[in-house]
Design a protein around this ligand. Sequence first.
Ligand code: ADP
Ligand code: MG
Length: 370
Amino acid sequence: MSQTRQTIFMKRKIALIFGGRSAEHEVSLNSAKNIFTAMDTNLFDVQLIGISKEGTWYQFANSDVFKKHKSLNDSRLTDEDMVTLISIGGNPYFYSFRTQERRQIDCAFPIIHGTMGEDGTLQGLFKVVQLPFVGCDVLASAVGMDKEFMKRLMTESGIKNSKYLILRRENMLPYNEIVKELGSPFFIKPANAGSSVGVHKIKTEDDYMNKISDSFLYDHKVLAEQFNEGAEVECSVLGLNQKPKASLPGQLKVHHEFYSYEAKYIDAKGAEIIIPAPLPENQIREIQELAVKTFKSLGCDGLARVDFFVNKNGEILVNEINTLPGFTQISMYPKMWEASGLKYSALITELIQIAFEKFSNDRKLKLDFN
Ligand SMILES: Nc1ncnc2c1ncn2[C@@H]1O[C@H](COP(=O)(O)OP(=O)(O)O)[C@@H](O)[C@H]1O
Ligand SMILES: [Mg+2]
């Protein structure tokens, strides 16, 4: 076989990276288990890399890790193979402390939701070791994670989102002042979190006094936000920043007061999803256009899920963008693609191809003035 043909048929080595120091650690393991099962083994060799809740990196030989562990804790992983990500001569490797061997890696597929995974920190590490990776780059990940900066950039691009105020421990606003600005009820949420942790609907001053400290557990900055009574609609976006495409949107029918952590993950009947969203054609199109506009405006690449409120008067507001959304077979992001004609396994392949394309585009840029 000629050299070029050999290159073409060489399987790409993909590091599927999961777990991490985030409130969504368990969700990540679930996403990773599903991705691992569906990855096209004709194209890819998958290496499983789990990060414990303490932040230690391990490589696992096979998917037994998902059977053995619902979450990764150092105290239960003492027999496992600790690794670190290194770069030698411009090539990224995982180095095993046990065998003292290094394994070259072609691309990372990080599927860590929330802090230290979705917020640009992990992406920064990949860039330092010159490892192509699935998903948004450092800036878009960080902006997508911080609800204040996300909203500022959206507003600047003319993308409607709900009115809000910023609260800090040293700059707290009294309940009455918030109600005067935003009306009642209103929502409070940590600026940097996810999965609805620390999110509360505030109806009374007592609610405010009782719940605000919980929001501050997750971030030093909390948003108070005007309440939207409309339907919650989501839309998946896929592609490079220059040419993203939007899926059919889906609608959530939430059976709790709002789409809380419990409704999302604990109560199996907490919410139903309807794909495509039962909305008129023109609203579907508007949502898809807005999803693409948000993706482009925030500098995203690869994937993101854009979440909306569609209010009763027909007004469409963007609630937030998620740059590493839930990725199990039954999660909204892949489900919306499936309804749009792109199957789970093919979606994974496309995401990896996009990662290589972005990496090769970025490589063409000069790093010095010579
Ligand atoms: N301004 C709001 N009006 C109505 N519901 C809201 C508002 N903000 C948040 N929610 C409810 O809380 C859920 C979680 O809030 P969200 O801002 O999406 O945070 P997270 O990043 O944790 O998902 C939303 O899906 C929605 O059900
Ligand atoms: Mg959300």
